[in-house]
Design a protein around this ligand. Structure first.
Ligand code: BJ8
Length: 457
């Protein structure tokens, strides 16, 4: 069991923060809000796995050690490339020895600044990401030499244009109809063009050999995450949803090789827990699947509310979840450089983002995941003003109802203003799941009793 310890912000980081161009005074206000939230969400949990301590210590020094490491690499000649989406072909970045980062904002703090430029009725992920840059509040962002956007939702597309006024930005043209040959070719060309962009920025060539090694690294990261997720199919579940969310969120920040090692160590511990039947929630606790928009640090609100209501989150159909790691880049049939790039392009097109039309694979996938993880219910998560995921709820809801899985839609932002309302709705949902589990269990035992008396056993 991990020892409960106090989170601290490292005052020794100040020299680095000033050097990287942070607004240190305002940044102090931002960073001091993290420890109490982290303590209340994570450190109050019981029986956490030992190996989660690596991820805890990462968060405890979120704006210290790792961004300093990134900054040092930049000063040693490696470029830093930031992105905001699962459609970020990070393999090229690894192949040139540059540093990939995913810079999506998950905090409320910079949103007021962003709203001086962006419309208020924009999704909080977009406003927070933009706000972090224009307010000089994120040490990762400060190191970025290039930002990579993508034509997913309308809000992001237009935000990237404005972001380009602060940092060079390259936007990938993602087609919105993934099943057509024209779209696949366009996306292949876009991915290939991005390879050229990375080569130009870094001055380093992406050779086939380097690309294969980078694909292998990114695949190993995906496999390590899948291994952790796989243990969550057990009942009792060996790790809380909150802790897995933390791991997922750090996948976007940490050094990939180190992350693979630490995640595999965690997975090994979880597999041993499953073998021993050890869990973080009681066997039979209501199991919840979360489906929808991504959650980036420090957006832990929904998981926290669900798990403090007596249920356990067993999987996330999200880009901070299964959409990030489910498919691997398959190079088995590749015999040329273009084949390798095509294999990458194909993998990324399998991400079921609501920006696609149609996106029929997604409802099917949500139902599949609910079955595999034995979810009793689904919480459909929509970031406020995300029309894509909000509208797609109708199809996901229909698919779930057809197989008898209850679902509730939660639309929220990064503020705490709806905490009370959220808690009430989630608690009611969890109570309903408990009641439905109890009545199913009662009818199963009644049926077993009838069979036993019929056979005289
Ligand atoms: S691949 S889900 S990471 S776009 S929540 S900003 S869609 S308005 S985050 Fe996403 Fe890539 Fe798709 Fe995944 Fe727009 Fe919606 Fe906001 Fe969103």
């Amino acid at each position: 069991m991990t020892e409960t310890k106090k989170i601290r912000t490292d005052v020794d980081n100040e020299t680095f923060w000033r050097e990287v161009g942070l607004d240190v005074e305002r940044h102090d206000d931002l960073i001091k809000g993290l420890p109490p939230v982290f303590e209340s969400v994570f450190l109050t949990q019981k029986n956490r796995p030992e190996k989660i301590s690596y991820f805890d210590s990462f968060i405890q020094d979120l704006h210290g050690k790792r961004p300093k490491e990134v900054y040092d690499r930049k000063n040693n000649g490696d470029k830093v490339i930031g992105a905001f989406c699962a459609f970020f072909p990070e393999e090229f970045v690894h192949a040139t020895g540059a540093v990939p980062l995913v810079l999506c904002g998950g905090a409320e703090f910079p949103i007021a600044d962003a709203e001086k430029i962006l419309p208020r009725n924009t999704c909080p992920l977009i406003k927070s990401s933009f706000g972090f840059k224009i307010s000089n509040l994120c040490p990762y962002f400060q190191s970025a030499d290039l930002l990579v956007g993508e034509t997913t939702c309308g809000g992001k597309k237009k935000m990237y244009e404005l972001l380009g006024e602060y940092v060079p930005t390259h936007t990938l043209h993602l087609p919105h109809k993934k099943d057509e040959a024209l779209s696949r070719n366009l996306w292949f060309e876009e991915v290939k063009k991005f390879k050229g962009k990375v080569e130009e920025l870094t001055g380093r060539k992406v050779t086939d050999e380097k690309l294969l090694a980078a694909i292998d690294l990114a695949n190993r990261k995906r496999l390590a995450l899948a291994r952790v997720y796989n243990t969550r199919k057990a009942d009792p579940v060996p790790i809380s949803g909150k802790d897995v969310l933390l791991v997922m969120q750090l996948a976007l920040f940490d050094d990939a090789e180190r992350f693979v090692k630490k995640t595999n160590e965690l997975a090994e511990e979880l597999e041993a827990r499953v073998d021993r039947g050890e869990g973080v929630a009681a066997k039979g606790a209501p199991r919840v699947l979360i489906s929808g928009t991504p959650m980036t640090i420090p957006n832990w609100k929904l998981h926290d509310t669900i798990e403090k209501s007596g249920a356990v989150v067993v999987t996330e159909e999200s880009c901070t979840g299964t959409r990030y790691f489910t498919d691997l880049v398959d190079t088995s049939d590749a015999s040329s450089s273009d084949d390798l790039i095509r294999a990458m392009a194909e993998k990324y097109l399998h991400i079921n983002c609501a920006c696609f039309t149609p996106n029929n694979e997604r409802p099917v996938d949500v139902v599949r995941l609910a079955g595999e993880y034995k979810a009793d219910g689904v919480v459909y998560y929509v970031l406020q003003f995300c029309h894509e995921f909000n509208t797609e709820f109708a199809k996901v809801e229909r698919a779930l109802r057809a197989v008898g899985i209850p679902v509730i839609k939660i639309e929220t932002d990064y503020s705490d203003s709806d905490r009370g309302q959220l808690k009430t709705r989630i608690e009611t949902f969890v109570e309903m799941l408990k009641a439905s589990k109890a009545s199913k269990a009662a009818s199963v035992s009644k049926e077993a009793g009838i069979k036993a008396s019929a056979t005289g056993s």
